[in-house]
Design a protein. Structure first.
Length: 148
């Protein structure tokens, strides 16, 4: 758990420093990290980039209703969203909508191009609603790691 907490904060921490932080020898620490990776607990290591500095400051939440919640329509939407690099997340949800998408754009016109050219023409979509995010007050990929 201490290893996971430390790696969530800084995945580039040197093994020597990680071992020191969690109270293990470097070989034992490296062995545990490798075991966590092979078990799938650590799925991958990524760099968190600044969307603003890379020219994609606009974040939009899109809620999608399918014509019918049938497997073919869901698979079609999922495949289309998986193939589009501006779609950060595509989540099947319970409730009034079938899917929630997070999409990055350069500006309003760029988003509108995406909505009209991708969402509005996707087969199986009955309707969608867009919400422009005005400010992100918390964003993390860190999971709570319980001591229990």
């Amino acid at each position: 758990r201490r290893i996971l907490r430390a790696l969530q904060r800084d995945a580039l921490i040197a093994n020597q420093d990680l071992a020191s932080d969690v109270g293990l020898s470097p070989p034992a620490c490296l062995k545990r990290v490798r075991r966590l990776r092979s078990a799938g607990v650590i799925q991958r290591t990524v760099a968190v980039l600044s969307p603003e500095l890379l020219g994609y400051p606009l974040l939009t939440i899109i809620r999608v209703k399918l014509e019918l919640p049938i497997v073919e329509a869901a698979r079609s939407l999922e495949a289309a969203m998986a193939a589009h690099p501006r779609v950060l997340q595509c989540m099947m949800v319970a409730g009034d909508y079938d899917y929630v998408l997070l999409v990055r754009s350069r500006d309003g016109a760029h988003y509108q191009e995406f909505a009209r050219g991708v969402i509005a023409v996707a087969p199986g979509i009955r309707s969608y609603a867009s919400e422009i995010v005005l400010a992100v007050t918390k964003a993390t990929a860190e999971l709570p790691i319980d001591d229990a």
